[in-house]
Design a protein around this ligand. Sequence first.
Ligand code: NAD
Length: 274
Amino acid sequence: MNDILGYKGKSVVITGAASGMGQAAAQLLVDLGAEVYALDIAPVTVPVAKAIKVDMKDHGSIDEAVAALPQKIYALFNCAGVPSPPFSAKDTVLINFVGLRYLTDSLIPRIEDCGGIASIASTAGMAWRPKLEKVQEFLALDNSQEAATQWMSDNPKDCADGYGFSKQCIIVYTMQSAKALAARNIRINCISPSPTDSGFMDKLKGEGQMPAEAIDLFLPSNGRYATGAEMGEPLVLLNSRLASFVSGNNLPVDFGYCAELFMGQRDDLLGITA
Ligand SMILES: NC(=O)c1ccc[n+]([C@@H]2O[C@H](COP(=O)([O-])OP(=O)(O)OC[C@H]3O[C@@H](n4cnc5c(N)ncnc54)[C@H](O)[C@@H]3O)[C@@H](O)[C@H]2O)c1
């Protein structure tokens, strides 16, 4: 394969590479000739350069993983995440956002000129505008687990939907970080997927007991779940050379679901257009 995406020989770091979207992205990155460092709590089966066990809920575990990563990194892919339910709202925020931000902030000094960061948010985080003040208040904390946990205890209403809040935080963090990173010629973006067939979805429907009919309300008009690859591939594109002037964006990858909301073509159940 020629190197049109620019990953050949580049060191890239990806979380959540054991399953679903992250696994698909990791396999594609290996196929494209990248040196892939995969971080996950579960065993990684993709033949990456190095797989490192990490618990994104534990900053000590993230520190150990960071110590095992190269000093120069071309791109970071933040894919690890869990649904709530079955995970508690607090644990979900700690894994999906607080850990993501801690890892990202730890690695930013190592990201090369022209490098990039791409994270997975969600349609469930797309209603970030009405929550912006509270999300920014949370982002202004020092990002320790203690500060995050205390804030969540003090503001239970604002993070009762732990999953939605964690994804709003990813979107706002992405947009908020773009300015300082642009000054270093580093890009940062995220995607917001619609429902996707993966381990996450199995957990949400199984242990989380979310009825399939409730999830079906958020399917695009093509009437189907996405595959992991249909999310992993746009993520790889965003961090690639083909997107070299794209930064600060949250890209809905939803086959037009959000477009339909903005055009008033379907009910806005999450308040995304507010
Ligand atoms: N599946 C969906 O419908 C959907 C929709 C929108 C967004 N998302 C997001 O997409 C991302 C990828 O999820 P997926 O659908 O591929 O699910 P998945 O369950 O297949 O993959 C998630 C990965 O994260 C890893 N992980 C979970 N907890 C971890 C922890 N504490 N530390 C380290 N790794 C951990 C898992 O082991 C797994 O490999 C997640 O951030 C999820 O929130 C999923």
